[in-house]
Design a protein around this ligand. Structure first.
Ligand code: HGY
Ligand code: MN
Ligand code: MN
Length: 399
């Protein structure tokens, strides 16, 4: 594995500084930003170095091909390179770097694919800039309307269409990629685990059972701007009080419905220390074992905040298909099978009917969406080995 270790660490070292905050050590690789474009250029360089043909689909997703893209039943693997604000180094990039390292390993072992292999960097998986997660894969599957996507705005008011155009990608052709989907026979995504299941099982690699239902809603809480020092309490219409009620309701209803609810992003207007806000805009991230539980939490939060939650994205519960999952678990000697509450492009593709699976790599603390996110190099190499084993089987075995 020394060759793999050296190659993995060299790629990791190249990516490591891109979009990393010197203050927090977290990453800010937002879709179509300078940091994201640098990551995209890095991906192309690594692919070209391996003689892979790089294409960009109508939705901006990058594909690096080993074999003829139209060879039929392609196996795809990869993940994303964008991040949440102050995200960790592994969420997304581990899947992309491992895919490249797995190609090297397959070639070391003289594996001769009978079907094409595509390495993919899905664009805008986190939805950190424009608010819709898995935007690149949702556009590809038709799960995200292209007109809605083009008009999504970031915090500065820049639309996704403007950001894409500025990055040199024409947004005019966004939409379901029949041809792109038609090329694929299966998708396998390797991802750092965002939890402690593998730690608790003393296992380096696991296989995904499925993804819990989850979505994002926006609460617009309007109030009456006024002076903090002269407005009597009885005369106030302060939306902050409704935000407080909504946050407490989120925790209470999530607990009651065995769900998870987070309000991690709040915008206050006008944002003056000595002014009662005119508007408090808050985003709810709710997740649960089924849709009913999630929607019960959303309803409770809306009632507490006295505002109708505006749904910005919805991801139904995903159960990855047993044939591919069992084939992979078998290849990996009965690796633990785990469910997750984190969304992934593999879930979007599975929901669109493509056989999809995920491999998880042990995260010693389980912490993610944080600069503290980590995976030990030996576990990363175990992930590459596992991915190469799975790809060798899928690329040479019976489809
Ligand atoms: O939010 C998620 O579950 C994923 O990180 N996009
Ligand atoms: Mn993430
Ligand atoms: Mn991810």
């Amino acid at each position: 594995m020394t060759g793999t270790r050296a190659r993995f660490e060299a790629m990791w070292a190249d990516l490591h500084p891109v979009g990393r905050s010197p203050v927090t050590a977290g990453y800010r690789r937002f879709a179509w930003s300078e940091a994201d474009l640098t990551c995209r250029e890095w991906f192309v360089g690594e692919a070209v170095r391996r003689g892979l043909d790089v294409t960009v689909d109508r939705n901006g997703n990058q594909w690096a091909w080993w074999g003829d893209p139209d060879g039929g039943g392609a196996v795809a693997t990869g993940s994303h390179l964008d991040s949440v604000p102050d995200g960790g180094a592994f969420d997304g990039p581990l899947g992309v770097v491992s895919a490249l390292a797995a190609v090297d390993l397959l070639r070391d072992r003289d594996v001769r694919p009978v079907r094409p292999l595509a390495l993919v960097n899905f664009t805008d998986e986190e939805g950190a800039r424009f608010g819709v997660p898995c935007a690149g894969s949702r556009l590809m599957t038709g799960d995200l309307d292209p007109d809605r996507a083009r008009s999504l705005r970031d915090a500065d008011g820049t639309t996704m269409a403007e950001a894409m155009s500025a990055a040199g990608h024409d947004p005019a052709h966004l939409g379901r990629g029949e041809e792109d989907l038609g090329r694929l026979g299966a998708f396998v995504e390797l991802h750092v685990e965002q939890g402690r299941a593998l730690v608790d099982r003393f296992a380096a690699v696991g296989v995904a059972r499925g993804i819990r239902a989850h979505g994002r809603w926006r609460l617009d809480l309007y109030g009456q701007a006024n002076h903090a020092g002269t407005t009597r309490l009885a005369d106030r219409d302060d939306p902050m009080l409704r935000l407080a009620a909504a946050v407490l309701a989120a925790r209470e209803s999530a607990d009651r419905h065995a769900a998870l609810a987070t309000i991690g992003k709040v915008n206050v207007e006008p944002g003056g220390t000595n002014a009662i806000p005119s508007l408090v805009r808050a985003w709810l991230d709710a997740r649960g074992d089924d849709e009913a539980a999630v929607r019960a939490v959303v309803a409770a939060v809306g009632a507490a905040g006295a505002a109708e939650p505006v749904e910005e994205s919805w991801s139904p519960e995903v159960t990855f298909g047993r044939p591919l999952r069992d084939r992979i678990a078998g290849l990996l000697g009965g690796a633990p099978v785990l469910s997750t509450g984190a969304g992934h492009d593999a879930g979007v593709l599975s929901g669109a009917g493509l056989p999809a699976a995920m491999l998880f790599v042990r995260n010693p603390t389980g912490v993610s969406h944080s600069p503290a996110e980590h995976a030990d190099i030996d576990d990363c190499l175990a992930g590459v080995e596992a991915l190469a084993t799975v790809l060798a089987d899928l690329l040479t075995g019976q489809s």
